[in-house]
Design a binder for this molecule. Structure first.
Ligand SMILES: [Cu+2]
Length: 493
């Protein structure tokens, strides 16, 4: 039994048939694992791909000898705009290269450890039956290569990862990827196959603190990640790197979770998975909203793109999406279908500051560090951040909402004392206030999760917009206010 088989034979069956349909092992136990067939034909070199790409189907009717060559590389890359991190990788990317073989294949696995690397590494493939999933045979020092062979016994989608001590640190630095073992008859054809893998990262610096960041062992032990991201960085699958599809096309996602710690509640906002082969096995569930991907586990999810728009993939443990980076985009293009969905596309609802330009934000921070920050850079960065954090209440035009949210545009309160605004954004505000002759009595939550650079830029944008006073704020000033005043209980530092 296989993924492909189910697609053809099980779809649309009545409830009475579902038991038999969903229980292949009862009927044909041997078909989910390889038999004793020997590999035939000349050896094949596996095509490895970098995320989000998936190698083409093997299109083989018989098992073959397949040679996989995977090189470990320790590389410095961006984990967020302006934030660098030294990742340890299989094949130069996080997640590592996607490996695709067929059930029954005999895989000759070559693990190379690049001579410039500092660490020894190995590989534990969850799709391998044998001690350590190969880890016991693949310990490899820098500049060396190991070789071992295994038979791909069971079909499914499997995580692989490094298992060299300290294991959590190797996994936490990005050493994981996926291997697909196709069923003998292959998977049913679809229009797009994508490779998406979640991981949690632990840096000494705070979320979005710029510069080269190092691994924080204590945060990792405490399971308090600084970043939770898809495909190794906050920007891996947004903007120009978003996944794409057209209306009417079928999309298959191979979703993995490298951990090292967190379980993922994987969800695509505005889509419903027609089928999910949960836990990477042969059974599928239908009509799934959110699927759980364990650390060290994977699943296959399929759906058809029906209406156009930006579909946001998240870990629905939602602070991870909006405050730690676990957010990716599938951009579907094509004609509207008003019968299915009447509304217009509103990116800003879920994209927040990510819908705007993160680059201008990090440019401003970099310039501030070098002491070259111009007013224009500050205002641009502030505009981008304002749209993500303040505009929901104060409105994109700064006019607020009658009786609910006070205006920032032409606010006499702001003009009277621009310094006070620093305390308001850091510590929040409640109780009655009067702005331009109108009374408001509501609550503004503290925005202290934003850093001093970000707050200075937002406020500078506000004072330089909509006919306001023109006061220019500095990060140093915000830092001073942060130090001198107290956050209410529960606010972020
Ligand atoms: Cu390693």
């Amino acid at each position: 039994m296989s993924f492909g088989y189910y697609l053809r034979s099980c779809a649309g069956l009545m409830a009475a048939a579902i038991f038999a349909c969903g229980s292949p092992n009862l009927r044909a136990a041997s078909a989910t694992t390889a038999d004793d067939t020997q590999p035939s034909g000349p050896p094949v070199h596996a095509v490895l791909t970098s995320p989000p790409n998936v190698p083409p189907p093997t299109n083989r009717k018989k098992p073959a000898k397949v040679i996989v060559e995977l090189e470990v590389r320790e590389v410095e890359k961006e984990i967020s705009e302006g934030v660098r991190y030294t990742f340890w990788t299989f094949g130069g990317t996080v997640p590592g290269s996607f490996i695709r073989v067929r059930q029954g294949d005999t895989v000759e696995f070559h693990l190379k450890n690049h001579p410039d690397n500092k660490m020894p590494h190995n590989i534990d493939l969850h799709g391998v039956v044998g001690p350590g999933g190969g880890a016991a045979s693949s310990f490899t020092a820098p500049g060396h290569e190991s070789q071992f062979s295994f038979k791909a016994m069971n079909q499914g989608i499997y995580v692989y990862h490094c298992a060299t001590a300290p294991v959590g640190m190797h996994v936490g630095n990005g050493m994981y990827g996926l291997m697909l073992v196709e069923p003998p008859e292959g998977l049913a054809p679809v229009d797009h196959e994508y490779y998406v893998m979640q991981g949690d990262f632990y840096t000494v610096g705070k979320y979005r603190e710029k510069g080269l960041q190092t691994f924080d062992m204590q945060k990792a032990i405490d399971e308090k990640p600084t970043y939770v991201v898809f495909n190794g960085s906050e920007g891996a699958l947004i903007g120009d790197h978003a996944l794409t599809a057209k209306v009417g096309e079928r999309v298959r996602l191979f979703i993995g979770n490298g951990g090292p710690n967190l379980v993922s509640s994987f969800h695509v906002i505005g889509e419903i998975f027609d089928r999910v082969w949960y836990e990477g096995g042969v059974h599928y569930q239908q009509n799934v909203q959110t699927t759980l991907i364990p650390s060290g586990g994977a699943a296959i999810a399929e759906f058809k793109a029906i209406v156009p728009g930006s579909f946001v993939m998240v870990d629905h443990s939602i602070f991870r999406a909006f405050n730690k980076g676990a957010l990716a985009i599938l951009k579907v293009s094509g004609a509207e279908n008003k019968l299915v969905y009447s509304g217009k596309e509103v990116d800003s609802v879920y994209l927040g500051d990510k819908a705007k330009d993160l680059r201008v934000v990090s440019q401003a921070t970099a310039a501030a560090q070098q002491g070259t920050l111009t007013l224009e850079q500050q205002v641009k960065a502030g505009e981008s951040l304002f749209s993500g954090t303040c505009s929901v209440c104060h409105q994109p035009n700064g006019k607020g909402l009658e009786g609910v949210f006070p205006p920032l545009a032409g606010s006499d309160l702001l003009a009277k004392d621009p310094h006070r605004a620093q305390q308001i954004v850091l510590n929040g505000l409640s109780g009655p206030i009067t702005v331009n002759g109108k009374t408001f009595n509501s609550v503004m939550p503290p925005m202290s999760q934003l850093n001093d650079d970000e707050l200075a830029n937002i406020l500078t944008y506000v004072t330089h917009s909509w006919g306001n006073s023109g006061y220019r704020y500095s990060a140093a000033e915000l830092a001073e206010t942060r130090k001198k005043t107290a956050r209410p209980p529960g606010a972020a530092e």
